[in-house]
Design a protein around this ligand. Structure first.
Ligand code: ADP
Ligand code: MG
Ligand code: ZN
Length: 739
């Protein structure tokens, strides 16, 4: 019997899913469920959890009810299963996206016994009107996918998930049978695991826990300095590879996506503020590799299964290690390269803490505890992989990490912090637990600020005690963070973040123990994000006049060849910059002001060849770190304009919504195209000008000596063209022919 079952499991796997063999624990899990045992599966993302309920559902009698938190996930899965079978009725979902007629059809198929898998949203399952329906057919088992949603300690708490057990009991009672339950999740710390089991009444369930180690992922935490520039540099170094960049805010998402585009990366933004159609388009584009980098808020990634994502960059550190693991886990699912780079600054933790303000006490406590773990992880000097796996209740020998995290690859210098941690605690007591970290550090450093004066900190014994040659305030920040992370100090976030000494901290003073402090992470001194420079500084280097003259001559040649005036090929300011920066590849050429991807590809080949030869022949030392191009100053208006022109929004509306006059808008658009970015305004021009008139202007610009508007007005003007029209046409000309 067992043998035939196994045979038929194998057979079904091959026949229906087309897989040769089971992955990891899949077969054991399926057998456990088919035996009628409650089964609890903890398996990392991409491990193949779905199959653990899909396959048994198909071969069992009756219909399996699958609880799943996201409408998009359900739809994907149902589509996938229908793909395996000729019978659309085999899988259905019930959720708020269906209309009455859909629902009737679903219920009809289920009652007729056609349906093997019925996906439901938790709120659908617990809805009083539906309960009767769920008792009218033979339920084979319940599957609770993404079961961590049950726990407040999980990263995605959904209150409705806590009300499932009573429903399962009700259905079982009416059907007079014990219906088995399988719960599945990709992230469960020991705490979350216990929570899930308690809430689902599954303490006796058979547990299948796979290792969470993702050996192919490289974990890297970097100080958040010049983060925008660093991200662009990183993405460009990984050109052509698929990647995800996560940011906390929508605004950042849009900004970085646009900057990446301007720098020649096929990037697109993705966040909850975009409509469903746009989002689906971006997702598809990513899967089809028309888009190589998605810049997203965390809304992106749930349920998308792209196996060859090569990097996941976090612009901001996630609010918990569950989220971190989940999000980084989207890299390298095929077992190949997967680089996970997170930019971390303690300021971001402070920001995340502020989000907690005003929430219910329990939630604040949980949120703080999760953040503390995140800080420890980010600031640890030990193996990141070992730390992370330990957090998920798994022992891992750090030798096995090899060099697959930054700390193992580049070990950091650590110092014994025992005495200094004690001094920090004493200082907090000395200021009567009435001050924030910064003020306590100032007191320790002997820095008398106005706060210090008011509270007479200079009279304290600890005043200036922390000021020695080798200890600065950055070092002390690290000491205080370690004290916080170890629970020796606590921070009262409802009360301006005043530091308090915990009982554990008081005990520490009596009996201190070793706490290591890392010296060379500087995670708290971060410059803003905006340190990118708009254009390569004038006077940054001397102009190479010989090169400039050669470039001028080359441009003349190109201009004849392409039947365009020289200024439309490369402008003089661009040539000057090239004569300072010596770009020798097309990629580097795009970083020159006024040169976009289009222009560089169209006209760049002979230019960079010429520069390369010149550099080699004259053994020129090129300035090493070329600057990253920004959309220019006052970025936000420009980005808004580029995006909305992309969306073909009427120019008057764009101006209005940014409170710009049309003249201002024109000027902004001119700066954009002169800096080398395309703006396709054909849609607008076609509304206001007929084609022949446009052709006439284009013809003019192709043949004119320069791009002066006055000259154009003289030639074209009269009654035919207004100045505004000419300027608009010049924008079109530059976008289409020069950029
Ligand atoms: P999870 O829900 O655990 O994140 P999924 O169920 O979405 O993972 O499965 C991840 C990927 O693994 C899917 O592409 C799935 O088709 C594939 N997969 C699942 N089981 C097998 C198997 N036995 N052999 C090969 N591929 C499998
Ligand atoms: Mg899944
Ligand atoms: Zn390591």
């Amino acid at each position: 019997m067992a043998e035939t079952l196994e045979l038929s499991l194998q057979g079904t796997l091959k026949k229906i899913f087309g897989f040769e063999k089971f992955k990891g624990n899949q077969e054991k899990i399926i057998n456990s469920l088919l035996d009628g045992t409650d089964t609890f599966v903890i398996m990392p993302t991409g491990g193949g959890k779905s199959l653990c309920y899909q396959l048994p559902a198909i071969i069992s009698e009756g219909t399996a009810i699958i609880v799943s938190p996201l409408i998009a996930l359900m739809k994907n899965q149902v589509d996938a299963i229908r793909g395996f079978s000729n019978e659309t009725g085999i899988a259905h979902f019930l959720n708020s996206s269906l209309n009455k007629a859909d629902i009737t059809q679903v219920k009809k198929d289920v009652l007729a016994g056609k349906t093997k898998l019925l996906y439901v949203a938790p709120e659908t399952l617990t809805k009083e009107d539906n309960i009767k329906f769920f008792t009218e057919f033979n339920v084979s088992f319940f599957a609770i996918d993404e079961a961590h949603c049950i726990s407040e300690w999980g990263h995605d708490f959904r209150p409705e998930y806590r009300r499932l057990r009573p429903i399962i009991d009700k259905v079982g009672k009416r059907m007079k049978k014990n219906i088995p339950v399988i719960a599945l999740t990709a992230t469960a710390t020991p705490k979350v695991q216990l929570d899930i089991q308690k809430n689902l009444g599954m303490q006796d369930a058979r547990l299948f826990k796979s290792s969470f180690n993702r050996g192919n992922l490289y974990y890297d935490i970097r100080p958040k300095n010049n983060v925008t520039k660093e991200i662009i540099k990183y993405v460009k170094q990984n050109a052509g590879k698929s990647g995800i960049v996560y940011c906390l805010s929508r605004k950042k998402v849009e900004e970085i996506a646009e900057l990446l585009k301007v720098n020649g990366v096929k990037a697109a933004p993705y966040h909850a503020g975009m409509d469903a159609k746009e989002r689906a388009k971006v997702q598809d584009g990513f899967l089809m590799e028309d888009i190589s980098v998605i810049v997203a808020t965390i809304a992106f990634g749930m349920g998308i299964d792209k196996p060859d994502v090569r990097f996941v960059v976090h612009h901001d550190i996630p609010k918990s290690l569950e989220s971190y693991y989940q999000e980084t886990g989207r890299a390298g699912r095929d077992g190949g390269e997967g680089n996970c780079v997170t930019f971390y600054s303690y300021d971001d933790i402070v920001k995340l803490e502020k989000f907690l303000k005003g929430k219910p006490v329990a939630e604040v406590e949980i949120g703080k505890a999760l953040l503390n773990e995140t800080v420890s992880f980010a600031e640890t000097t030990a193996c990141r992989r070992t730390f992370l796996l330990h957090y998920f209740g798994e022992d891992f020998d750090e030798k096995k990490c090899d060099t697959m995290c930054d700390n193992c690859r580049h070990p950091k210098q650590k110092v014994e912090g025992k005495a200094d941690v004690a001094l920090a605690i004493e200082a907090v007591l000395a200021v009567k637990e009435k001050h924030k970290t910064k003020d306590v550090i100032n007191a320790l450093m002997g820095l008398l600020t106005s706060t210090g004066k008011t509270y007479k900190h200079n009279d304290l014994e600890v005043f200036g005690e922390g000021c020695t040659d080798d200890k600065d305030d950055r070092y002390w920040s690290a000491v205080f963070r370690q004290a916080l992370v170890n629970g020796l100090l606590t921070k009262d976030i409802e009360n301006y973040g005043l530091l308090k000494v915990s009982d554990k901290g008081k005990a520490y003073l009596k009996k201190p123990y070793s706490i290591m402090i890392s010296r060379d992470h500087d995670y708290d001194d971060t410059e803003g994000d905006d340190a990118i420079v708009a254009s390569v500084g004038k006077g940054a280097g001397a102009l190479d006049q010989a090169l400039f003259n050669m470039l001028k001559a080359e441009v003349k040649k190109l201009s004849t060849k392409h039947k365009l005036p020289p200024y439309a090929v490369f402008s003089d300011p661009s040539l000057e910059e090239m004569s300072i920066q010596y770009p020798t590849t097309i990629e580097e050429l795009t970083r020159i002001t006024g040169v976009g991807q289009g222009k560089a590809t169209k006209f760049g080949a002979s230019i960079v060849a010429l520069i390369k030869k010149h550099v080699e022949e004259n053994e020129i030392d090129r300035p090493m770190d070329m600057l990253i191009k920004s959309v220019a100053n006052k970025t936000s208006n420009k980005i808004y304009i580029i995006q909305n022109v992309d969306r073909r929004i009427n120019l008057e509306s764009i101006a209005k919504s940014k409170l710009l006059s049309f003249e201002d808008l024109l000027r902004e658009m001119e700066t954009i195209v002169f800096s080398g970015t395309k703006l396709n305004i054909r849609y607008y021009l076609d509304e206001i000008m007929d084609i022949e008139k446009q052709d006439e202007a284009i013809e003019y610009f192709r043949e004119s000596e320069n791009d002066s508007i006055d000259a154009a007005l003289k030639e074209l003007g009269g009654d035919d063209f207004t100045e505004e029209e000419i300027r608009l046409m010049r924008i079109r000309f530059f976008s289409e022919y020069a950029n």
